[in-house]
Each structure stands twice: as C-alpha cells, then as structure tokens.
Design a protein around this ligand. Sequence first.
Ligand SMILES: Cc1cc2nc3c(=O)[nH]c(=O)nc-3n(C[C@H](O)[C@H](O)[C@H](O)COP(=O)(O)O)c2cc1C
Length: 206
Amino acid sequence: MSEFLEAMAFRHACKQFDPAKTIPAEEFESILEVARNSPSSFGMEPWRLIVIRNEGMRKALKPSCWNQNQIIEASELVVITTDNNVIRSGTRYVKEMFSRRGLSSEAVETYLGVYKNYLASIECDEVLLENWAAKQCYIACANMMTYAATLKIDTCPIEGFDKEGVEAILDLPEGHSVALICAFGYRVNPQSERKRLELKQIVEYR
Ligand SMILES: Cc1cc2nc3c(=O)[nH]c(=O)nc-3n(C[C@H](O)[C@H](O)[C@H](O)COP(=O)(O)O)c2cc1C
C-alpha cells in the first residue's frame, strides 16, 4: 500500500488521547508547515492558527466544546481561525498577496478586479465571508490530519463547539472567527471499525 493510503487507513477521529504522550516539537512544526503550504482560494491564506498549550485555557474551552475530552487530553490543540478583514477586496493585504507573485502592475490590477467581482456576492454578508474563509481552513486541516497520520500521530477534527463561546474565551480581534478545531496526539484505544458508504452510492458518472 502507498504511504498515503496507509495514512488514510491509520487516520480516524481519535476520541481518547493519551495525555502522557507528547508530540515531538519538530514533528508538530512540520504539521503546521503542511497547513501553511495548503492551497487557498486566490492564494489568500485566510487561516490563522492558534495553538492552545495553556492548561487553564484548555480547561476554559472544554465546556464550550461540548465537554469533549480531546480538548484537555490531546498533546496539541489547534484552533483554526480566520482573519476576515484582510481578505476583503480592496485591502492592502489582498494587493500584496497578488503582488508577491511577481506580476506586472497591470496583471495585479486585473487580478484585483476579478477578485472584487468574485467576492461581491460573498463579502456583502459577514457570515458568507466567514464561511468562505472557513472552507479553506477545512482543506488545511485535512492535509494536517493525513500528514500527521504518516507520522503515526492521531487527530480529531472538532466542529462540536459553541462558536461564540470559543471566540469569547480566545478574545479574538474584531473580524476574526473560529473555523474549526483540531486535536493532535496519540490514541489510547484501537480505532473502531471504519464505516463508509459504498463508492457506487456516492459517485455517479455522466
Ligand atoms: C468537520 C468535522 C467535524 C467533526 N467534529 C467532531 C467533533 O466535534 N467531535 C468528534 O469526536 N468528532 C468529530 N468529527 C469526526 C467525525 O465524527 C468522524 O470523522 C466520522 O464519524 C468518521 O469517522 P472516522 O473519521 O473515524 O473515520 C468531525 C469530523 C469532521 C470532518
């Protein structure tokens, strides 16, 4: 089996992490690098990752995260947030993200125009903008989880949280929001049997 498929088979949503086991620093940093290298729409990299190591903050977060034990027991806890202000069309940030590609100023202007058009029906609504940014965070999270599995590190993506509660505890700056949370560590129990629909139930050819 390819290393990738082995990692896919190894990965499961780990419910119980061994609190005594710590991910080596360089391995965890390489996981964060995988998020950094993930694709994003127009290359805007809307994600901002907050690694929660403080025990008091983990304890404070747990009730807002459906009291899930992973919040406390995981070796590393990453809250994937987005900066929804900088990605609005017309910001210096957006211009810089296009300019850094080494394009001519005309090409940058063209990109800015396309971006503005694309975002018009999204950025008119704060929730749509947040969701657009969050979608990209899910890609980064998936990449981190599969890569972590190649290192035999377990993960659990966590969407079971009260968004406003978590945002208040983290005291996020205005315009930032939480997309999802991912816990990293080492399993206590063997993974349960995988349940999936058949390929023919989810794929059609036209
Ligand atoms: C976006 C997303 C959010 C999830 N949120 C939670 C969660 O809050 N708590 C949890 O224990 N599992 C969570 N899961 C894990 C799923 O329940 C799990 O992936 C699914 O049941 C399939 O099981 P498997 O990942 O072990 O194959 C989440 C998964 C995804 C993709």
